[in-house]
Design a protein. Structure first.
Length: 251
């Protein structure tokens, strides 16, 4: 069972990360939370401090994670303030306007930068650090969208798929040194990212449920998890639809 006592959360102001942070604090964790929006981050830290005991540390920093120059300093600050790092959750992301990306490559570049390259920059530093430490868990939220490119959101899917593949290789590398790499693939989650979507169907879930699944997966060091679990079956079907049929579907 992996220890989740000292955790860095990147993109901590995300609805899924916020629920995960609350559940981690309830289990006694100390946290270093990185968020882009100062007001949201300060509100989150205040809320977590109220929930924490005197023995737990709740710290944080404001950063736009596309600024990879800052990554090393953020990790160092977290390590210093928490007295070490047991585990990492990378949660930040944006849902691109697919049409805007189709019209202008600059938009696509920005989305790939945010959803993939910023994550890979963090993972490069963290992997080397955890390789020396020889224990711990690195978890990243990708998406079911990364399993197969769909016409309605293939820029997002490509970015998430890039990270998913990167994590597959990293998992194999770090398994030799007792470090778990966990890929979290949520389906449809009711968060600000999906505002404007029709959320009436049975596949939609609240971020609290995803947070519980993330913590279980991090503790047990599972490789790839679909959250909720039934997305494993849905994606198995989607991945196996022959290309000739798939390209005729409007999904
Ligand atoms: N909701 C879903 O259905 C769903 C499904 C599959 C995967 N996911 C993934 O789950 C993760 C969490 O998303 P969510 O659903 O919780 O959505 P959310 O509440 O909209 O959270 C996204 C968070 O990412 C932060 N962020 C974006 N770019 C950033 C950057 N460059 N630097 C720092 N922070 C940045 C945003 O900060 P600001 O507040 O500053 O914008 C926001 O707090 C994302 O990786 C998302 O792709 C979500």
């Amino acid at each position: 069972m992996n220890s989740l006592k000292r955790v860095i959360i990147f993109g901590a102001t995300s609805a899924i990360a916020e629920q995960t942070a609350r559940q981690l604090v309830a289990q006694g964790a100390s946290l270093y939370c990185v968020g882009r929006n100062r007001d949201k981050l300060m509100a989150l830290l205040e809320d977590l401090k109220v929930r924490a005991s005197d023995h737990q540390r709740i710290e944080g920093a404001v950063a736009d994670l596309t600024d990879s120059i800052q990554h090393a300093a953020l990790i160092e600050a977290a390590e210093h303030l928490l007295g070490g790092i047991d585990s990492i959750l990378i949660a930040h992301g944006t849902l691109p306007d697919q049409k805007a990306c189709q019209e202008n490559f600059a938009n696509t570049r920005q989305e790939i930068e945010n959803n993939a390259l910023s994550v890979i920059s963090l993972l490069t530093l963290l992997a080397n650090r955890f390789e020396l430490q020889r224990h711990g868990v690195i978890a990243v939220i990708t998406s079911v969208a990364g399993d197969r490119g769909r016409q309605s959101n293939y820029v997002y899917g490509a970015a998430k798929g890039m990270v998913t593949l990167f994590l597959q290789g990293l998992r194999a590398r770090l398994s030799k040194v007792n470090v778990d790499v966990v890929t979290i693939k949520p389906g449809f989650v009711d968060t600000p990212m999906t505002i404007g979507f029709d959320k009436s169907g049975p596949l939609w879930v609240k971020p609290e449920r995803i947070a519980k699944g993330i913590i279980n997966a991090m503790q047990s060091g599972k490789g790839e998890v679909y959250l909720p679990w039934f997305w494993w079956g849905i994606m198995l079907i989607i991945k196996n639809i022959p290309e000739t049929i798939f390209k005729k579907l409007s999904i």
